[in-house]
Design a protein around this ligand. Structure first.
Ligand code: AMP
Length: 186
């Protein structure tokens, strides 16, 4: 199964992606996690992206696409994966389509987690993950970037008829149950 989990910051993508990864035994690929661990390890990549993440901006498409391309070449992704935080621009979505096509693969599901904006801000502020971009200002910036650059990705997948909407409110378990009823049980 190849799945994209999509939604604004604070929608619960990471939490649900981890649960999906466990339930369906597919690796969880989070571009945000890759960047955060690179920053923590002070690697070359980490040094390149730290200021961008702190500002709530997007890492340039070429860098993200190159990274995902390379990562997906690992054997562990052969039987599927769940993408969390990618694609985040239409250009990334197109590049991802090319990756799939090249490998003669298709996307199983595009899950859109829907959460009212008011709730997003409260959730992020209360999640206490200690992320340096989890300040009120940082969240506002990321929501703005989401609306301007990431939301158009939805239209791109809507045109393909691929978008499956998931009510992202309620408990973690309730949301996960909604997801499992949508996904094929293979
Ligand atoms: P996330 O953990 O998905 O919220 O990502 C945290 C931050 O990493 C974002 O605010 C961006 O700065 C960066 N990032 C993660 N994924 C991407 C992506 N696909 N394209 C550009 N920037 C990204």
């Amino acid at each position: 199964m190849r799945i994209i989990i999509f939604g604004p910051p604070g929608a619960g993508k990471g939490t649900q992606a981890s649960l999906i990864s466990e339930e369906y035994d597919i690796p969880h690929l989070s571009t945000g996690n890759i960047f955060r661990s690179a920053i923590k390890n002070e690697s070359k990549l980490g040094k390149e992206v730290k200021a961008i993440l702190d500002a709530g901006d997007l890492v340039p498409d070429e860098k993200v696409v190159g990274l995902v391309k390379e990562e997906l070449q690992e054997d562990k992704y052969d039987d599927g994966y769940i993408l969390d935080g990618f694609p985040r621009t239409v250009s990334q979505a197109k590049a991802f389509d090319e990756i799939l096509e090249k490998n003669d693969e298709t996307l199983t599901a595009f899950l859109q987690l829907q959460v009212p904006e008011k709730e997003l801000i409260e959730r992020i502020l209360s999640r206490g993950e200690g992320r340096t971009d989890d300040t009120r200002e940082g969240i506002k910036k990321r929501l703005k970037v989401y609306k301007e650059e990431t939301e158009p990705v939805l239209d791109y997948y809507r045109e393909k008829g691929a978008v499956q909407e998931v009510d992202g409110t309620g408990s973690i378990e309730e949301i996960f149950t909604r997801i499992t009823t949508i996904l094929p049980n293979n």
